[in-house]
Design a protein around this ligand. Sequence first.
Ligand SMILES: NC(=O)c1ccc[n+]([C@@H]2O[C@H](COP(=O)([O-])OP(=O)(O)OC[C@H]3O[C@@H](n4cnc5c(N)ncnc54)[C@H](O)[C@@H]3O)[C@@H](O)[C@H]2O)c1
Ligand SMILES: [Fe+2]
Length: 402
Amino acid sequence: MSLNMKVEQMMNFHQFEIPTAIKHGIGAINYVGEEVKSLGVTKALLVTDPGIYEAGVTDPVVSSLKESGIDVVVFNKVEPNPPVRLVNEGSKKFKEEGCDGLVAVGGGSSMDTAKGIGVEASHEGSVLDYEAAEGKKPLENRIPPLTTIPTTAGTGSEVTQWAVITDEDREFKFNTGGPLIAAHLTIIDPKLHVSMPPHVTAMTGIDALAHAIECYTMKFAQPITDAVALMAMEYGAKYIRRAYADGEDLEARYGMAQAAMLAGLSYGSESAGAAHAMSQTLGGIIPVAHGQCVAAMMGPVMEFNWKGNPEKFARMAQAFGINTSDMTTEKAAKAAVNWMYDLVDDLDVPTLEEQGVPTDQNTRFAKEAMKDPQTVGNPRDLKEKDYVWIYDRCFNQKAKTL
Ligand SMILES: NC(=O)c1ccc[n+]([C@@H]2O[C@H](COP(=O)([O-])OP(=O)(O)OC[C@H]3O[C@@H](n4cnc5c(N)ncnc54)[C@H](O)[C@@H]3O)[C@@H](O)[C@H]2O)c1
Ligand SMILES: [Fe+2]
């Protein structure tokens, strides 16, 4: 298969920067206290959501921090699609309590909230002032030492340079980011993933695969993001069904945690594509769960996109474990699309309609998706009518074999 990088792509000024130390392993959480201490933290704000806090998922983290002499202030109010007001509340607590470091334990919502709190702790004003958009202020200061401890294998926020925050007034999810906001350290322990219920495993796992798929096929992909994205797809494809069927399968949990982190390295450095443009803009309007919404969109998005880069879709089929040796490029590319439809079916992902998305607003949703910057790199050029077509397909699934 061709490596498929065009000369125009080689002429882009590509960058790959990762300011985050990545430490992982089954039982890695036992090292968190000493690791956070070595960052110079004496009083940490623990940022997490009430569900996992009450379920005791954060307990080993708190014990390890305390054993190493670190004071812990708990901020366990994280909500899905974290809003600006939550970040404001968290940074107020960080300052009032005199914290000097952040430890985020949870999924993307907790890790992004902690990044937002870090922005407000190190800059004047609100995180809203630092939206990655024209006319807004650039970030100038490194956030306080942040350790991310993911409890889902999904967003990859543990290693990305982005936080996704919801502006409730504008019904809009915005990004803030750059190397200054990335975690100083991530500790990835699949033991913390065992308590994830099957539906969370499914939606976050497909989200991780989606990051790799969208980044690998996008127009600005570069060799290093291709490398990590392909390995993320191999791990994800091999282990996602096992993690879904048996949450205590630690080998599968480890594989999925690697898939999410590797995918985060890929799209966190470049970008995703149509499914993320759609889900992010939809998530600002309707409180859909990010991963679940992406999962429901991936089949139709890939069905639309494969013609934009058949060679890379065919290469993806191999990463998914499909024997493509007797297939033409087109057939292998279509096999990758069908693989995703089957996966979404096997993992019982609810349709957008079942997720509460109204079926009569496709034009409005399409208009919003067009505004998202992730549209630009999508492997196939997108017009509003194309987004309408994809939304329409989302509402009129089930699996269509190409
Ligand atoms: N910063 C980034 O690079 C980036 C990238 C993609 C998405 N995001 C954002 O991340 C957010 C979504 O994050 P997410 O998909 O990880 O979901 P989440 O953090 O909202 O968590 C989903 C649910 O799973 C539960 N949960 C998490 N871990 C668990 C565990 N181990 N056991 C039991 N329950 C558990 C949580 O309590 C919550 O109810 C969205 O706001 C999305 O926009 C950020
Ligand atoms: Fe995502």
